[in-house]
Ligand binder design. Structure first.
Ligand code: PGA
Length: 227
C-alpha cells in the first residue's frame, strides 16, 4: 500500500481542506491519503470519506493538562492517524524520545495509527552518526506492537528548505530503518510534484509525508495520482 500524508502544519483553512478532500475523493486515487490539519479543522474534515490525522497527541490519557488533546479525543472526532515526534516539535517544544514514546503508547492504546517522524539534523553527518541517531529515535518503538505504525524518514535539513534528499540516499536510509523496524517507511522533506515520482520509484519508499506542497492543491493532487 502507498501512503501520501499531508502535513499542513499551522497553515490552511477549513475551506481549503474541505475542497481538497472533495477533489481527492473525485480523483479516485489508489493511494491511502491522510490529511493532517490543525486541531480545529479535524472534525469537519473527518466528515468526508477520507483518512484524517492529527499533528500531535498528548502523552497523557486524561487529566489537568491545559492545552493538550488526548488520543481518545482525537478518535472521537474521526481521526485515525496521528503524526508523532515531528522535528518541529522536537525543536520548538523540546520533545524528547521518552515523551514521544509515551505519545506512541497513548495513540496505540486508543487505536490511532501513529506516524513516527525520525531523521538526522545535519546533512554533513557521517553515516555512523546518522545510523546511531536513527537507532536512538527508533528505540521508542521497542516493546510496542508495530502493526499500525508508520515511520516517516524526514532528514531535518530537507524539511522546508527546497533541498530534498537524493532518492537513492532516501532508499539507502529507508533500508537501514527497515533493518531495525518492520513498518512502512515514508519519505518527507521538500517533496513536490516534480521529485515525488523518483521517491515513489524506490522499493523501500512506501509513501510520502508532504508539507509545503500539500498547500498547493494542484501539486498535492498530482502527487496522489502517481501510479
Ligand atoms: P516540507 O515539510 O515538505 O515542507 O519540507 C515536510 C514535513 O515537515 O513534514
Amino acid at each position: 500500500m502507498r501512503y501520501i500524508v499531508a502535513n499542513f502544519k499551522m497553515q490552511g483553512t477549513d475551506t481549503y481542506f474541505g475542497t481538497l478532500a472533495q477533489q481527492l475523493i473525485a480523483s479516485k486515487t489508489t493511494a491511502t491519503v491522510v490529511l493532517c490539519p490543525s486541531y480545529p479543522y479535524l472534525a469537519s474534515l473527518a466528515a468526508h470519506p477520507i483518512a484524517v490525522g492529527a499533528q500531535d497527541v498528548s502523552a497523557f490519557a486524561t487529566g489537568a493538562y491545559t492545552g493538550q488533546v488526548s488520543a481518545s479525543m482525537l478518535l472521537s472526532v474521526g481521526c485515525t492517524y496521528v503524526i508523532i515526534g515531528h522535528s518541529e516539535r522536537r525543536k520548538y517544544c523540546q520533545e524528547s524520545n521518552s515523551e514521544i514514546k509515551q505519545k506512541l503508547s497513548q495513540a496505540l492504546a486508543s487505536g490511532l495509527k501513529p506516524i513516527l517522524c525520525v531523521g538526522e539534523v545535519d546533512a554533513d553527518m557521517t553515516s555512523t552518526a546518522r545510523q546511531s541517531l536513527l537507532a536512538e529515535q527508533l528505540q521508542v518503538l521497542e516493546g510496542l506492537a508495530l502493526d499500525n505504525v508508520l515511520i516517516a524518514y524526514e532528514p531535518v535539513w530537507a524539511i522546508g528548505t527546497g533541498k530534498s534528499a537524493d532518492p537513492k540516499y532516501a532508499q539507502m536510509v529507508h533500508q537501514e530503518i527497515l533493518a531495525l523496524v518492520k513498518a512502512p517507511v515514508l519519505y518527507g522533506g521538500s517533496v513536490n510534484a516534480t521529485n515525488a515520482p523518483a521517491f515513489l520509484a524506490q522499493s523501500a519508499v512506501s509513501g510520502l509525508l508532504v508539507g509545503g506542497a500539500s498547500l498547493d492543491a494542484t501539486a498535492f493532487l498530482s502527487i496522489c495520482q502517481i501510479g
